[in-house]
Design a protein around this ligand. Sequence first.
Ligand code: PLP
Length: 245
Amino acid sequence: MTEKYSDPRFLAVEENYKYITERIAQAAVRSCRNPEDITFLAATKTVPAEVINHAIRCGLRYVGENRVQEYLSKYESIDWASGVQGQIIGRLQTNKVKYIVDKVSCIQSVDSVKLAKEISRQAEKNGRRMPVLVEVNIGAEENKGGIAPDGLEDFLQEIAGLPGIRIDGLMTIPPICEDNTELCNYFSRMQQYFIDIQTKKLDNVSMNCLSMGMSSDYEEAILCGATMVRIGSSLFGARIYPQNK
Ligand SMILES: *Cc1c(COP(=O)(O)O)cnc(C)c1O
């Protein structure tokens, strides 16, 4: 026990969890939805399993990890009982898919046909269909993953037929913005794509999840239609990176 409490992040998590949950609920109501319509996923990069487990005891049900290796290193130590789900939210290399295909409930960061095909292939091997989100590079930024908005529909059509995946929605990380107007512009454009695609009723494409909004902007994202927010530092505190890397 003493070891747990020596981690500075541990004590604050319970309070942070409550605070964030309340603000999510308020933003949901302001956007004419129910609090339970918004999924709170914790972005857990750099956070030790024992701290994640504490958040789970506070009520957390979705854990999002960026890197396969880090996910696997914590996997056995996380309290998955009580229906906690793990998801991949970061850039995923094709050759790593096989290690996590039986350990996640969704892959949020699909942005190439090659990756979609490999997820489909590995999921089929495991006798399942993997829910995936398509990552959209809403700001058309060069160094960022994601599909450019004007190629989104073609991309969906191209991967929708793959037998081992189910397209469940969209995910984005907007550019760093000068002000809220600019930010909400990106979020609103995402919501528009989300709704447009929903309306088209493409085969094997459902728009259930719109994953956008992080610690600094999750309320704005919810007001613009996010159904899932991915929150790291507001829940766990500033990330502490290992010094020997
Ligand atoms: C780290 C991360 C987050 C959370 O970032 P915070 O600003 O710490 O809330 C959300 N999404 C992705 C893809 C991330 O890598």
